[in-house]
Ligand binder design. Sequence first.
Ligand code: CAA
Length: 284
Amino acid sequence: MSVQHTAVVGAGTMGNGIAHVLALHGYPVALIDLDEELLEDARTTIERNLSRQVDKDATTSDAKEAALNRLSLTPDTAEGVRSADLVVEAVPEEQPIKADVFGTLDAHAPDDAILASNTSSISITWIAAQTKRPEQVIGMHFFNPVPVMTLVEVVRGQRTSSATFDIVAEVAEDLDKNPVAVEDYPGFVSNRVLMPMINEAIFCVMEGVAEPEDIDTVMEMGMNHPMGPLTLADFIGLDVCLHILEVLHDELGDDKYRPCPLLRRKVTAGQLGRKTGEGFFEYG
Ligand code: CAA
């Protein structure tokens, strides 16, 4: 099977980024979300980010227009996936929502379609078990901002077939990304390595080791990270970081993943980072 038509479920930051790169690399893509306002916002965001790439000579105006013409928006999941060869799910990280979405995808996508999840914290094996096609379910974990970041973790669930893996890795390469094969363990590789670093930076704030700006400066200038860990945590969302740390802590059972109390306090207070205007730093 070769992938011709695609669909992305969920029009938030990750979903619109994934639809952006699929459309830009020649795949017709149906972007699906129950929230029609979010769908319209996603189109505006994709258009703005494509223009940014045109301004930087990373693409041309013609390629931008062609990409926008390949993009369709729909609130109807059954309709959106009807002719898809590959569906990428990017809905909120809650198991009941994932179960519901994958049940719908399984019922309405063509029998040979691959169902991929962009989850960063839910088991691919568990998601696959919500369907009657576990061999065709896989993790396709992109990174924010999707048009810029060149990695895709391709996560094999317990029953994912090697044919499914090969097709998805090929699509990732087609999107100019580097697919990395990862087995289905909590946090995969990316968040298992990243989140303890972010958590430790938050412990440094809580214990007064240094000011937040200075902690970030150490990692930016001393380790050449493009963003310090606290700025990155604000960028990812502090609620998302807390959720991933809880998954690592619960499922691996090691105290080294215990979320810092200051992270919990900020999430409880609604200081979730860039999206709420305040996290470890303030945003205009
Ligand atoms: N769409 C298209 N292009 C974009 C873009 C977007 N959404 N966002 C940024 N860009 C482009 C810019 O146009 C710019 O292009 P040039 O290099 O050609 O000039 C380039 O990206 C850099 O952007 P900026 O100059 O605006 O800003 P910057 O140099 O500070 O870079 C950044 C911004 C790319 C976000 C950089 O700070 C960075 O790489 N940060 C780390 C991001 C990261 O770690 N992401 C992973 C988060 S974890 C995750 O996503 C998964 C999870 O499971 C939690």
